[in-house]
Write a protein that binds this ligand. Structure first.
Ligand code: BG6
Length: 481
């Protein structure tokens, strides 16, 4: 795949020796370079605290990191030309002066003074770094300057508001790109195309035709060795407040006035503001306990390395939401996510209403519902179930599916980060989270954090606690897996 390159710039990546840089950003920048999406004048400046590291050693590290994910530059000196290193301690003004001088030197004549300041850092380091960047005057340059902040953006409403206020002290919102990597996924973007490119579905996308909506992100993986991060986070902060909420708002939003960042982000915020406060009995928290799949034993959350004894951190959340607006009043939205589930499956299921009259009751067949399943991963595509007559002289019905799958050859090998990095280079904020969105989302979920009770246990390798099924009791529906 060849892509028109974005503007030239210097990528300044804080957390330059961290996992995100090693596993995602560096490989993505390299793939972008290979597909022509990076202008020849782009340079990468990794920033970290290590003072002993030299440019040459950092390039060796970078080459090794690319090798680990099966990438090898055809130009063996790609890292030599493109990748640089600068030690910075966030508390040192002098280090930031040296950083400013280094960026200018790298910009030389060609990069046009354009900079991306990417905070690939643990959240507790965001504030200090933003403040130091602002004080060192690195928030502006001859060209454009864009600030990229990874998730999680805040831990609750107060911390998100405080962080937004700090960001806005030094940067204008139009310079800020809050990352949610789900927005870089092809099928998440396709949701917009599907909804607003097809009048057929859009006219049925409302309370008159939809009975309920499910958004489920099941992960087969457990937390593994991530207890250090996960113990302080839990599934609500790690997945619901960001990834599932993005899927919710894109599914439920109104038709935007234009296909433009501001219009789309405005509609997403409106959805969040219309969600009714979530009642205590509309949420279920769970934690995986030891389980077994086939003959294989799976550890419980409490057995994972570095998890505190008796920890109550949730690894599963299910909830029922009500969107109180003209389009969705009375249609329940069910959200669910969990670790250590039977398989990986991210999908949105639109359950349409049954026909009002059971015309085929005498054939032993009650009215059936049409179901639209939007599969995000794996197996990206759509399935629509509908009723057909079974062939033969007897009149009987059966359910069939209409299916669309992205062909494998259309897989560009991009994993979402390339798309997001390219959008940052192009200055398009559509796929990034607005300040108002982060706050509206915390306003909704933060009260749940305060009244979290002990999680229900579910065996690793199962679809979560029984209590999650009870959320749907009386609706005639169940979680589709
Ligand atoms: C991350 C979470 O943001 O998203 C992880 O921190 C989670 O806990 C991951 O596993 C899921 O992303 P994906 O793209 O694999 O669905």
């Amino acid at each position: 795949m060849r892509t028109t390159p974005g503007d030239s710039c210097v990528f300044v990546i804080f957390g330059g020796t961290g996992d995100l840089m090693r596993k995602k950003l560096l490989p993505s920048l390299f793939r972008m370079e290979q597909s022509g999406a990076l202008s020849k004048d782009c340079t990468i400046l990794g920033v970290a605290r290590d003072r002993t590291l030299t440019d040459a050693q950092y390039r060796d590290w970078a080459n090794k990191a690319l090798g680990e994910v099966g990438l090898s530059p055809s130009d063996p000196d790609w890292c030599g030309k493109c990748v640089h290193y600068q030690p910075v301690d966030t508390s040192s003004e002098e280090d930031f002066r040296a950083l400013a001088a280094r960026i200018e030197a790298l910009e030389g004549k060609n990069a046009g003074g354009n900079r991306i300041l990417y905070l690939a850092l643990p959240p507790q380091a965001f504030e200090g770094t933003i403040e130091a960047l602002g004080k060192a005057g690195l928030n502006k340059s001859k060209g454009w300057t864009r600030l990229v902040v990874e998730k999680p953006f805040g831990r609750d409403l107060e911390s998100a508001q405080k962080l937004n206020a700090l960001v806005h002290t030094y940067f204008d919102e139009s310079q800020v790109y809050r990352i949610d990597h789900y927005l870089g996924k092809e099928t998440v973007q396709n949701l917009l195309a599907f909804r607003f490119g097809n009048a057929l579905f859009e006219s049925a996308w409302n309370r008159d035709h939809v009975k309920s909506v499910q958004i489920s992100v099941a992960e087969q993986t457990s937390i593994g060795s991530r207890a250090g991060y996960y113990e302080n986070t839990g599934a609500l902060r790690d997945m619901v407040q960001n990834h599932l909420t993005q899927l919710l708002t894109l599914t439920a939003m109104e038709v935007p006035a234009a296909f433009a960042a501001d219009s789309i982000r405005f509609e997403k915020v409106k959805v969040l503001r219309s969600v009714a406060p979530i009642g205590k009995d509309a949420v279920v928290f769970g934690q995986y306990s030891p389980g077994r799949v086939d003959r294989k034993k799976l550890p419980g959350y409490l057995d994972e390395p570095n998890v505190a004894k008796g920890s109550r951190t949730e690894t599963f959340v299910a909830m029922r939401l009500e969107i109180q607006n003209w389009r969705w009043q009375g249609v329940p939205f069910y959200l669910r996510t969990g670790k250590s589930m039977p398989r990986r499956s991210t999908r949105i299921v639109i359950d349409f209403r049954k026909p009002p009259v059971a015309l085929f009751r005498d054939l032993g067949r009650g009215p059936h519902r049409n179901i639209l399943a939007i599969n995000l991963q794996p197996d990206q595509g759509f399935d629509l179930s509908f009723e057909v007559k079974s062939p033969g002289d007897r009149f009987s019905l059966r359910t069939e599916r209409m299916q669309f799958r992205y062909p494998e050859e259309s897989d560009s090998g991009w994993d979402g980060y390339e798309t997001l990095l390219l959008e940052i280079l192009r200055g398009d904020q559509t796929l990034f989270v607005h300040a108002d969105e982060t706050e509206a989302s915390w306003r909704l979920y933060a009260p749940l954090l305060r009244r979290r009770s002990a999680p229900y246990l579910y065996p690793a390798g199962s679809w979560g606690p029984e209590a999650a099924n009870k959320l749907m009791e009386g609706t005639g529906g169940d979680w589709t897996t």
